[in-house]
Ligand binder design. Structure first.
Ligand SMILES: NC(=O)C1=CN([C@@H]2O[C@H](COP(=O)(O)OP(=O)(O)OC[C@H]3O[C@@H](n4cnc5c(N)ncnc54)[C@H](O)[C@@H]3O)[C@@H](O)[C@H]2O)C=CC1
Ligand SMILES: O=C(O)C1=N[C@H](C(=O)O)C[C@H](O)C1
Length: 234
């Protein structure tokens, strides 16, 4: 498989290592305006860039008929436009806030726990995410997906960064510490106890492997998919 890397930072480099180990070749490493490059030399593009570049990168791939996997976070207000474009152009597109197998299992556990807690009004939920100090966005995309999983299954209707804003808002605390790859907590607290669930990434290999597996899976398919489709969970 010929892969174009859109973004060659920490994740781009981790993906290159795993892709090459799995027998793929990297034909493009793009760190600037995608319009300067011919994306059609690749079988698939993997975008781990910056929030400001993701929409243009994804659109360019879809318009050129190249399946695209995006892990970039912080651009989700435009997600529905990318879905519409992919459907209009018969493109192939996957976005995931987190490509690791462990976090995708954690997402399902989060929904299950939310269903169990839905009628227990003595508990209040809060989320906490910890990442490295170079991270550009807050809260993390993973924390937003966790909040959405709780909103789907409880009376909560929104999330907010920082302090609790109302009884129906899930507060998310974002901490930036040294080189932490990514840690997420879901806490339900009552007057008498706290139930906590956490996922801790020890490095970036899990994210990178998930992105390469998603790229292998999407070849030959048309449509907009999620990691639940790739991993056959949920
Ligand atoms: N979904 C997931 O599983 C994961 C998502 N991420 C997300 O991936 C993104 C990248 O993360 P890192 O690699 O840690 O960041 P990074 O800062 O190490 O790398 C980003 C790279 O994008 C490059 N870039 C700037 N403009 C660009 C453009 N127009 N086109 C292509 N590349 C451009 C920068 O030069 C930089 O090298 C972030 O949004 C992060 O939140 C990170 C880890 C896992
Ligand atoms: O920026 C990161 O590093 C990460 N970003 C993703 C996110 O925003 O959730 C996934 C992972 O936690 C690492």
């Amino acid at each position: 498989m010929k892969i174009a890397l859109l973004g060659y930072g920490k994740m781009g480099k981790a993906i290159e290592k795993i892709a090459v180990e799995r027998g793929h070749s990297i034909v493009l490493k793009i760190s600037d305006d995608i319009d300067k490059h011919n994306i059609q030399t690749a079988d698939v593009a993997i975008d781990f860039s910056i929030p400001e570049a993701a929409v243009k990168n994804i659109s360019n791939c879809i318009k050129n008929g190249v399946p695209v996997i995006s892990g970039t976070t912080g651009w989700l207000k435009n997600y529905s436009d990318m879905v519409a474009l992919a459907n209009k152009k018969d493109g192939a597109f996957i976005y995931a806030s987190n490509f690791s197998l462990g976090v995708n299992i954690f997402f399902e556990l989060n929904k299950l726990l939310a269903k169990m807690m839905a009628n227990l009004s003595q508990y209040k939920v809060d989320l906490e995410e910890i990442h490295h100090t170079q991270k550009l966005d807050a809260p993390s995309g993973t924390a937003i997906t966790l909040a959405e999983g709780i909103i789907e299954n409880t009376h909560y209707s929104d999330w907010s960064l920082g302090q609790e804003k109302s009884k129906t808002t899930i507060p998310i605390e974002s901490k930036r510490i040294d080189a932490v790859p990514g840690t997420h907590f879901v806490n339900y607290t009552s007057n008498v106890d706290t139930i906590s669930m956490s996922h801790t990434a020890h490095n970036r290999e899990g994210f990178a492997l998930g992105a390469v597996i998603a790229s292998e899976w999407i070849i030959g398919k048309t449509g907009v998919f999620t990691m639940n489709d790739v991993l056959n969970i949920g």
